[in-house]
Design a protein around this ligand. Sequence first.
Ligand code: ADP
Ligand code: ZN
Length: 609
Amino acid sequence: MTPAGDAHAVLRDVFGFDSFRGQQGEIVDQVIAGNDCLVLMPTGGGKSLCYQLPALCRDGVAVVVSPLIALMRDQVSALRQFGVRAAALNSTLSFAEAGRVEAAMRTGDLDLVYVAPERLLTEPFLELLDDCRLSLFAIDEAHCVSQWGHDFRPEYRQLTVLHERFTDVPRIALTATADAPTRKDIVERLDLAGARMFVAGFDRPNIRYRVAAKQNPRAQLQRFIAEEHEGEAGIVYCLSRAKVEETAHWLANQGHPAIAYHAGLEKHERAARQDRFLKEDGVIVVATIAFGMGIDKPDVRFVAHLDLPKSMEAYYQETGRAGRDGLPADAWMVYGLQDVVKLRQMAEMSDAPEQQKRVERQKLDALLGYCETTRCRRQVLLEYFGDRLPAPCGNCDICLTPPESFDGTVAAQKALSCVYRTGQRFGAGHVIDVLLGGATERIRRLGHDRLSTYDIGGELSRDEWRSVFRQLVAMGLLVVDVAGHGGLRLGQGARDVLRGDREVSLRKETVRRKAAATVARGRAVLEDPDDQALFQALRAKRMELAKAQGVPPYVIFHDSTLAEMARQRPAGLDAFAQLPGVGQSKLTRYGAAFLDVIGAHMPVEAGGA
Ligand code: ADP
Ligand code: ZN
């Protein structure tokens, strides 16, 4: 392709997009002008375009440093679909194949080449670069340079050699991780003090955040998937391998295409399962946190947590894998007090030094606060990362169905005093039994039916009491005792409540169960059933085309493009070219095939109309 000078023309003709998103335009201008940039943008923000487009506008080949082979492969096949001359150089290539790529770099027949840092840094490769005309260096996943990040890669530190050896070639470093220490590290370690920094907000507006109390987690999950995400791709996170296996098995028995993924599986088995998730439509992966890094799949419609993540950072990162394509997606979580106990125990029992344990405790507290908040979840989440959202978001469970609160002072007093009277060593289950006047063997054996707090809690149901206890823990009025068996004891401030010096406002639980149902209703990609039927036919065509080439379906067209196709029903190639996500190359390759599907589509009877 002849590089066109005009970035907008390339955006339209190659990528098929009408306009830049957020700061993309400015970033692209900077790089085209030959300046260094540091780009901090959330997942799904559109980072790749920030270097792919300048690569096409500047002379020579762009060298993209990327740490993960799977990611490279995905990006290269996506670029080729756009008609861009891209290749990856990594250990999976044969000697001859690598030789061909290197020759193409020398002769200027490649627009972009992806390489792993260890290869880039070898002297032969640097000598090869001496012989090439270079348009730019892109350093993807730049947080790998930092020890603070979670994916430290020592080779990244030597990437300063690029700057020293190829002084005139602009560099663009990109990452989705941008807490202050990591950011500072990137600038220092990559010698980017002179670079322009672009920091995008961390909001992911298309993700709907929801947290519900854990009652019957599997049934809750099953209902969530059946009612809202039938046939759609998703990730379900669990804490342990055993639970991953069980849950996947169970979902599969319920008729969902679910597969398990965890670090206990053989490497090739993991790769095969990941590949299936990428290449088939609508697969659900049930996984431990081992799954996700390097997953670029844009159409993950939900991320569900059956267990609490370790921190807000982990929650943000894991839920962030939903909805990269910008279409509506769900971050859904159920949690119970037992989860808190488990995580606290795990943290306490580790060999980590005391200081680190303290940090972990604080992180878990922040997460708990998020779970039990009565404010807009997005506001709480973003504030944690130092971002501010001026108004409630309107797209989280709290905004959609504001929880009712009630004066919970008396309930709190009963709960706290029952914890005190039973000796501050039992979990919520037993204390609630006592409050509800239960006749368990344990109550009888311990004589807890003779306590003054026995059978004084009849005004609330068991679920409501559970909610009260969770909220009291989140407020710090109750503390989980990890040294023992996760019993509860009074926390700071509990005495003030017991003495009547402090009022406690609590959230009502019953309302929240109804709320979940209201939130759930009606969020299909397309509202018209006939459009939806055509959309499914278009997806089937896409699958067929993808299978024939051995690429993931989304590199052919995104769901958003197919949805527009179903809505607008272009009648010819000219109209087809106007769809978002349709550039020259895809128009030529696929226009006719999809127009055939549209032409052959028989309208679905609209009932009664
Ligand atoms: P990131 O690397 O930041 O996670 P990607 O580069 O994968 O994000 O982009 C996320 C999605 O947004 C991709 O599917 C991409 O096609 C789409 N996208 C990027 N830029 C634009 C744009 N200007 N207009 C429309 N869609 C875009
Ligand atoms: Zn909100």
